[in-house]
Design a protein around this ligand. Structure first.
Ligand code: DGY
Length: 322
């Protein structure tokens, strides 16, 4: 049987499917596999299941002479040198669709939590501060920003960006989007309007980032662009941390260029930033956009379907390097 190495424990449904077709080894430690151990593990594998935190590049391919397919357990694959894989005839697959709704829901979770100051309010109640201050219902307590009927600007209008827009319709919002190419069908379905990035930033009350990380999107949201946003606007990032220049964002949040930020992703992960994390106008999460039972099981199944198709000589259903 061909051999697959899985670099982190994934839901059992996927592992079970894989065991029927492959000899499977799973790295069970919750910590990321040390690089030198990974380089050792790949020596005799035919297939690899990888996480977005692992750099899969020429160094790995050199150490893995039998490797024919890398199945990334994520929709994003900026962690993989796809060009190098393609040059070597190694397939790369990802996990689109199955996590779209979970991730769009989470973008909205961050948006609403930031706009309505939920984390601050929770802390206030939980810590006993509310009782201590002895202030009952007060007309000016924890005022946040209206969402219904406002303007949302979505940067990146693929599956997840469009799913975020679909939810925005229910909030009666004006929907603006920016992406590499125009999406006429989505414009029709969602009533979304294409805008150049600068205009989108100027006009939106909520800016949600849903772009893949590429050379072009690295620090796409920088000081200059943050300064274009409304002082009452909220930025939500569920894409990749490096799409935003963190130091510029800290200044924006401290100096009031924008009102708040909801962040699920960071320039490095795990991450700690004393200044950013001390601010009340940010809501933070440890990259859990797709973390629902359903989405993660769907991702495990899709990873397995890709590898099984490959083993059977078929084209994997979500091949990235066609
Ligand atoms: C992805 O799939 O790229 C997300 O960031 C994690 O699910």
């Amino acid at each position: 049987m061909p051999k697959v190495f899985v670099t982190r424990a994934i839901p059992e449904n996927g592992i079970k499917m894989l065991r029927e077709h492959f000899e499977v080894e799973v790295w069970e430690d919750e910590h990321e596999i040390p690089r030198e151990v990974l380089l050792e593990k790949v020596r005799d594998v035919d297939a690899l299941v990888t996480m977005l935190s692992e750099r899969i590049n020429a160094e790995i391919f050199d150490a893995a002479p039998r490797l024919r397919i890398v199945a990334n357990y994520a929709v994003g694959y900026d962690n993989i040198d796809v060009e190098e894989a393609t040059r070597r005839g190694i397939y790369v697959t990802n996990t689109p669709d199955v996590l779209t709704n979970a991730t769009a829901d989470f973008a909205w979770t961050l948006l609403l939590a930031t706009a309505r100051r939920l984390v601050e309010a929770d802390k206030f109640v939980r810590s006993g501060e509310w009782k201590k201050r002895d202030v009952a219902w007060h007309p000016l307590m924890f005022l946040g920003y209206d969402v219904y009927g406002k303007t949302i600007g979505i940067v990146g209008f693929g599956r997840i960006g469009q799913a975020i827009a679909r939810r925005a319709k229910g909030f009666g919002m004006k929907i603006l989007y920016n992406s590499r190419t125009r999406k006429p069908e989505a414009e029709k379905e969602l009533g979304a309007e294409f805008k150049p990035l600068e205009e989108l930033l100027r006009e939106s009350d909520f800016v949600v980032l849903a772009v893949p990380l590429t050379k072009e999107t690295h620090h796409l949201i920088n000081e200059e662009r943050l300064k274009l946003m409304k002082p009452t606007a909220i930025l939500v990032n569920i894409a990749r941390g490096k799409v935003v220049d963190t130091e510029a964002l800290v200044r924006a949040l401290k100096d009031g260029w924008i009102a708040g930020a909801g962040l699920d992703v960071f320039e490095e992960e795990p991450y700690y930033h004393e200044e950013l994390f001390s601010l009340d106008n940010v809501v933070l999460a440890p990259h859990i956009g797709s973390a629902t039972h359903g989405a993660r099981e769907g991702m495990a199944e899709l990873v397995a379907r890709n590898l099984i198709a490959f083993k059977n000589g078929e084209v994997p259903p979500t091949l990235v390097n066609r």
